[in-house]
Design a binder for this molecule. Structure first.
Ligand SMILES: [Zn+2]
Length: 217
């Protein structure tokens, strides 16, 4: 039998204390995201590899909806995996696209939770992200939320522990953490357990484009 996790009343405030007052660099923002992901598991008392999400709808002032793709598209103005909206009173709507896979929905919800955590600080903390380029800034903020999701769903310590216990099959690991095999492959690569470039030393020092980031698949 599983029991629902208790949501501390100041959950969001406690996670927001990790965001410094001034503008962050992209690297600093990624570090903050990692710490918040680890702290969120701690605050909720999560003991399992697979992150549960039954607590989300019990976060004060947050409404969680799972909507068909066409509704999400209408709200977002474009096809999307999910969206987060908030108002001046810090009341949040998180909507997730129902017509995506189980693992995609979980990744989306984790990503949207980071938008909720960040919303009061987004204008100051991310003021210099993108160096005045709004399009780049938007992409980087999405990358920060994906980074948070990856660390919430696949904590480095737990993935490392599973790997050393001999759980090294991609499907098995992905199943254990409730993520797609693609997401787990990227996480294993970021932790250094798999290395698609190992026979191409020059590839470590040259890329045509930004390195791949986590995608919700
Ligand atoms: Zn987003």
């Amino acid at each position: 039998m599983t029991t629902r996790l208790i949501v501390p009343s100041k959950l969001l405030l406690q996670l927001r204390t990790y965001i410094p007052k001034g503008p962050l660099t992209y690297g600093q923002a990624l570090t903050v995201a990692e710490r918040q992901a680890a702290r969120l598991r701690e605050l909720l008392g999560v003991r399992t590899a697979k992150m549960p999400f039954d607590w989300v709808e019990h976060v004060p002032n947050l409404t969680l909806q799972v909507l068909p793709a066409h509704e999400i598209e209408r709200l977002a103005g474009r096809p999307a995996s999910g969206l987060t909206r908030w108002n001046q009173q810090l009341t949040y709507l998180v909507a997730v696209n129902k017509n995506t896979s189980f693992t995609h929905r979980r990744y989306t919800l984790a990503h949207e939770i980071k938008h909720v955590i960040d919303c009061p600080a987004v204008d100051t903390a991310y003021a210099r992200i993108g160096y005045g380029n709004d399009e780049l800034r938007g992409r980087r903020i999405e990358g920060i939320c994906d980074h948070f999701a990856a660390h919430l769903l696949m904590p480095g310590r737990l993935v490392t522990k599973a790997w050393h216990l001999g759980i090294q099959g991609l499907g098995e690991l992905a199943g254990q953490f409730g993520v797609s095999e693609d997401a787990m492959q990227i996480r294993l690569s970021s932790l250094g357990f798999v290395d698609p470039d190992k026979d191409k030393p020059a590839s470590y020092f040259f890329r045509e484009v930004d390195p791949p980031r986590f995608t919700r698949v």
